[in-house]
Design a protein around this ligand. Sequence first.
Ligand SMILES: Cc1cc2nc3c(=O)[nH]c(=O)nc-3n(C[C@H](O)[C@H](O)[C@H](O)COP(=O)(O)OP(=O)(O)OC[C@H]3O[C@@H](n4cnc5c(N)ncnc54)[C@H](O)[C@@H]3O)c2cc1C
Length: 434
Amino acid sequence: MAGSMLSRISHGQQQPAARENWAGNITYSTDRVYSPASIDEVRDVVTKCEKLRAVGSRHSFNTIADSDANQVSLQHLNQIDIDDHARTVTVGAGIKYGQLAPVIDGRGYALHNLASLPHISVAGAIATATHGSGLHNGNLATAVSGLEIVTADGKMLTLSRAKDGDQFLGAVVHLGALGVLTRVTLNLLPTYQVAQSVYRDLSFDHLKDHFEDIFGAGYSVSLFTDWQNHRATQVWIKRRITAGTQDNWALDFYGAKLATEKMHPIEGHSAEACTDQQGIPGPWYERLPHFKMNFTPSSGRELQTEYLVPRDHAYEAILAVEKLRDQITPHLFVTELRTIAADELWMSTAYRRPSLAIHFTWKPEWPEVRQILPQIEGQLAPFGPRPHWGKLFTVPPAQIQGQYGRLAEFKTLVGRVDPGAKFRNRFLSTNLYS
Ligand SMILES: Cc1cc2nc3c(=O)[nH]c(=O)nc-3n(C[C@H](O)[C@H](O)[C@H](O)COP(=O)(O)OP(=O)(O)OC[C@H]3O[C@@H](n4cnc5c(N)ncnc54)[C@H](O)[C@@H]3O)c2cc1C
């Protein structure tokens, strides 16, 4: 699932060696990593490197952030500037949502959504169209209203939604291809409270006629399943509420029963690391993620895969994957189903498509998972799946390219700001250019 589904989350656990990604399934191909402390230093690094790739908080499961030459980390660029007049916050691109959320909340603001864990960087999240859930919630990149990018020649490119129209829409889900993002401006909402409750055992049959009702039962709704018994094992409903009020939660939700104790998405795991449930209200940033901010995920002994399909075909897509349940379940920790609103960002997995995301948190069994992915992709092929840019997939490049109607324009944009392909790595060469 999206957040680390495993309860091996604790303080003080060892982080993976710095040259691996968070999950430890990718070892980066270079040990040359620059960590500039200012924008001028970023420009120096960009100017002096012939090949370069920015790296965020290393949470992607594939080689999208890899380089066999040089990487640059913006972890020291994490300043926060709130503009009360514009209702925006401009952040250093290396900041993590977990650092940002309490600060803006303290000033009376919120973001429209969060991913399932707060430890990812803003620049890295928007690069891959990272999303939460909610019928009407766009992915995290849809909150972006401005970008500052150091391009291949060391110059600063500033883009804003208000002034740069199409070019801006092409640049937000950037895949690390345009240069090094130094600052990102995000739209703010007034802060809000959320309460969440969990229901157990929802038959998939109800999704046929009530998909929108079920996923619309809260501001953000997630279904979890192990794919057995034609049912979601859990339904997590997160509702926005008026501060000071208590929401009523029916005991029955389409036949699913209100949980009477706090649940972990993987049945039987300790729920200690999970955000409060049972309808207890709390600030947006302590309810929208499934896992608490102050629990640091350890190195992940898990793999993740996710496909976005058009919501019009959500039920058929779920049934198509379900056919593989007996191959999937033995290697799976859990699947999460979420919804994402359509957007206009060229390389977004939800570009012009209200989407259902079918996510798999796998056991760390890559040889077996590697065999299953093409089968799942085959089942989903009729629906035009768009694999999450930061997770594991085996979809042939031509099929991926066919899913992005603005790809040619994106490449033109990239070619303009990076004519020598300084920021192009093997992942991009394979998936976008082969
Ligand atoms: C436990 C876990 C839970 C997750 N939950 C979710 C979830 O709920 N929803 C979801 O959609 N995804 C989820 N993901 C996937 C994750 O959000 C994405 O892989 C995201 O891109 C990771 O961001 P990062 O900061 O770690 O970036 P990295 O993985 O380090 O890099 C990702 C991309 O961003 C680029 N990049 C990073 N910083 C910059 C910069 N300053 N300038 C230019 N390019 C840059 C890199 O070049 C690369 O292309 C999860 C991953 C994990 C490990």
